[in-house]
Ligand binder design. Structure first.
Ligand code: FAD
Ligand code: NAI
Length: 481
């Protein structure tokens, strides 16, 4: 190994958690290196996750809308054809622009970018096996931040080849539109990627073990509404259904399913099967055993509230440890972990981390679901407002969905906000801010969103008027519904 180099911080993994931690550490004046084995920065999110999936979601939505939703708007188009190769190129362009952007930010902030696989060899030592196959290199670090992320959970008995039996990584790179696609798991990946291929022409069947779609964390009423909307768009759902296995034939895959309550079984034909049953922490070759760092029964690295393992200067953030597997959650933890190193304190408000599902319409939420509030035995009030009564949504002929507030019955403090609607992913930011500041629904309901009364006026017509009216519904009455 080459001579050891001393850094204040070495980050292992260059995803949203790791690259943000590295930039923040360098900004704080710490000598920082980031080890990444992929060959590009940005991790799962930029390379094979958030960014490519959102590119395909956006462009497949435009295609679908041109096919099915422009004539009524007074736009006649000729022959509409899908150019999948170009759609994939557009996706690759977004990915490469953004991953290179992170490399630029590393240079700008003075982060050493080390390309290779990092293995913790000792409490202050990381051995790096370079990507280009050269001599291993040893980095010495006062502090180590592990941000090695997650990988798709495999389905026993269905071997992933990323062509016919795919995870999300194969699903964002198919070279033709499958005639029939079976999606195992009706969580966020299943619904986003299922939407993409359904819009592009596949017959998509989603098989979900539980009685509701949306994965953990989605409000039950919203999950039902979303299912109805996606069914109208052509997706099929088999809920309360177990996948037992599959028979891979030369031109077909038979997916064998059985009712979760036992009994009825059937086989569903597919050209492509998407396995989307969750993701699991990724710690292969990380060398945790060399220093005795523990993982829990689900493979998550065990940490305390300051992101420390039992070796206090080795901290862990993002998908590889506890909590929601979301890019912005990993980023916030990256900043907080560095603040702990530099200043001795840091903070992430886990009660105010939004989730967005980028279907059309989008679903977005923050805080607790109604079923969680109910289970906690808390007295609560509800306020909701449909987009069918919102003037901007009506003008746009895009009226599906609603905004729903859940508030504490006694204090009116907001406990959760759930939105299905056009632009829900942007609108939820207002809810996050409200929850961060401990707002009540009345605080929001009395803030002018559309007309010039009481306070600063916001523009009309806007979709955010529905947000205000749902808050009004929670503490008094909305005007427009
Ligand atoms: P990762 O992004 O997984 O990064 C970890 C990095 O560490 C990887 O690049 C890996 O190569 C590297 N690494 C691992 N081990 C080593 C090692 N020993 N040495 C060197 N490098 C190593 N989240 C959202 O918030 N919004 C979305 O819209 C969204 N869409 C998604 C869509 C899909 C299809 C998928 C799969 C995920 C999506 N996510 C989304 C989740 C999001 O991608 C993750 O939560 C996020 O990437 C986690 O960041 P991370 O830094 O913890 O890990
Ligand atoms: P998920 O946890 O959201 O959903 C998995 C679904 O599969 C659940 O509904 C579960 O009940 C079901 N399931 C599990 N085992 C099954 C089985 N054997 N048969 C049938 N159904 C089964 O996981 P998903 O969709 O794989 O996504 C992984 C993570 O990636 C998510 O937790 C999310 O954090 C992140 N992600 C975030 C996105 C976003 O923020 N827009 C987009 C895509 C992914």
């Amino acid at each position: 190994a080459s001579e050891a180099e001393e850094h204040d911080v070495v980050v292992i993994g260059g995803g949203p958690g790791g690259y943000v931690a590295a930039i923040k550490a360098a900004q704080e004046g710490l000598k920082t290196a980031c080890v990444e084995k992929r060959g590009t920065l940005g991790g799962t999110c930029l390379n094979v996750g958030c960014i490519p999936s959102k590119s395909l979601l956006n462009n497949s939505h435009i295609y679908h809308q041109i096919l099915h939703d422009v004539e009524n708007r007074g736009i006649d188009v000729g022959d509409v054809k899908l150019n999948l190769t170009q759609m994939m190129k557009a996706k690759e362009q977004s990915v490469s622009g953004l991953t290179k952007g992170i490399e630029y930010l590393f240079k700008k902030n003075g982060v050493d970018y080390v390309k290779g696989t990092g293995t913790i060899a000792g409490e202050h030592e990381i051995e790096v096996n370079p990507l280009d196959g050269g001599e291993p290199q040893t980095l010495r670090a006062r502090n180590i931040i592990i941000a090695t992320g997650s990988e798709a959970t495999p389905f026993p008995g269905l071997e992933i080849d990323e062509k016919r039996i795919v995870t999300s990584t194969g699903a964002i790179a198919l070279t033709e539109v499958p005639e029939k696609m079976v999606v195992i798991g009706g969580g966020i990946i299943g619904l986003e990627m299922g939407s993409v291929w359904s819009r592009l022409g596949s017959e998509v069947t989603v098989v979900e073990y539980l009685g509701a779609i949306g994965g953990p964390g989605m409000d039950a009423e919203m999950a039902k509404t979303m299912q109805r909307i996606l069914q109208k768009q052509g997706m099929k759902f088999k809920l309360n259904t177990k996948v037992m296995g599959g028979d891979v034939e030369p031109n077909n895959i038979k997916v064998n399913v059985e009712s979760a309550e036992g009994g009825k079984s059937e086989a569903i034909d597919a050209d492509v099967v998407l396995v989307a049953i969750g993701r699991r922490p990724y710690t292969a070759n990380l060398g945790l055993e060399n220093v005795g760092i523990e993982v829990d029964e689900r493979g998550r690295i065990v940490i305390d509230q300051e992101y420390r393992t039992k070796i206090p200067h080795i901290r862990v953030i993002g998908d590889v440890t506890f909590g929601a597997m979301l890019a912005h959650k990993a980023e916030e933890e990256g900043i907080a972990a560095v603040e702990y190193i530099k200043k001795g304190y840091g903070h992430v408000n886990y009660g105010a981390i939004p989730s967005v599902m980028y279907t059309h319409p989008e679903a977005a939420w923050v805080g607790q679901t109604e079923q969680e509030v109910k289970a906690a035995g808390k007295a609560y009030s509800l306020g909701s407002f449909p987009f069918s009564a919102n003037s901007r949504a009506k003008t746009n002929l895009d009226t599906e969905g609603m905004v729903k507030f859940i508030t504490d019955k006694e204090t009116d403090r907001i406990l959760g906000i759930h939105i299905i609607g056009p632009n829900a992913g942007e609108m939820i930011a207002e809810g996050v801010l409200a929850m961060e500041y401990g707002a009540s629904s009345e605080d929001i309901g009395r803030t002018s969103h559309e007309w010039a009364v009481l306070t600063l006026s916001k523009a009309h017509p806007t979709l955010s008027e529905a947000f205000k009216e749902a808050a009004m519904a929670a503490f008094s009455k909305p005007i427009h519904a």
